[in-house]
Ligand binder design. Structure first.
Ligand SMILES: [Zn+2]
Ligand SMILES: [Zn+2]
Length: 173
């Protein structure tokens, strides 16, 4: 597995070849500390955290950035192309394009690996599926809910009015 730093270096090299980004402080991106989100994060894929007291609208470049964090699961071979795109996305934020406006989306679309740009949906689905630990199941009918937490007897089947039971999800299922 490639390290986050190695991956980020390659992303910066690619960024240097994008003419529309010329004149931006791409070289300074190297100073941004990189890290990981929590392994069980399900909604965030990556984040650009600005320094304390820095307002989004006042961000001028990488010196205003505290760190960039990426979901650790994106670093596996299967998702690494998406991880590179995530870094690119967060680096655009770090360069001062802080909101997802039209200008940002135009720059984002310049990432040469176009296929990786559409991997967000499947990665999100993967994270969601991974987080399912329990099925809340009706002992009488087929009703079943997939959940991260146990129901602990708090819910009833909407068809049968019987209390749902917690069935652990087997790994690999
Ligand atoms: Zn963003
Ligand atoms: Zn039922």
């Amino acid at each position: 597995m490639e390290s986050l730093e190695e991956m980020a270096k390659k992303v910066m090299i690619k960024m240097h070849t994008i003419p529309q980004l010329a004149g931006l402080s791409i070289g300074q991106l190297e100073t941004i500390p990189l890290g990981y989100l929590r392994k069980n994060a399900t909604r965030l894929h990556a984040v650009c955290r600005y320094k304390r007291g820095v307002r989004k609208k006042n961000v001028t470049g990488p010196s205003d950035v505290n760190r960039v964090d990426v979901h650790p699961d994106a670093m596996s071979e299967k998702w690494s192309r998406y991880a590179s795109f995530l870094l690119y996305h967060e680096f655009l934020h770090a360069l001062g394009f802080t909101s997802h406006n039209q200008e940002f989306r135009k720059l984002e679309a310049l990432w040469p690996d176009t296929e990786s740009q559409s991997m967000g949906k499947t990665f999100g689905k993967y994270l969601q599926d991974k987080s399912i630990k329990w099925h809340w199941q009706c002992p009488s009918c087929e009703l079943k809910h997939s959940r991260t937490r146990k129901s602990n007897g708090r819910y009833r089947c909407r068809n049968c009015r019987i209390v749902l039971v917690d069935i652990p999800v087997k790994k690999g299922e």
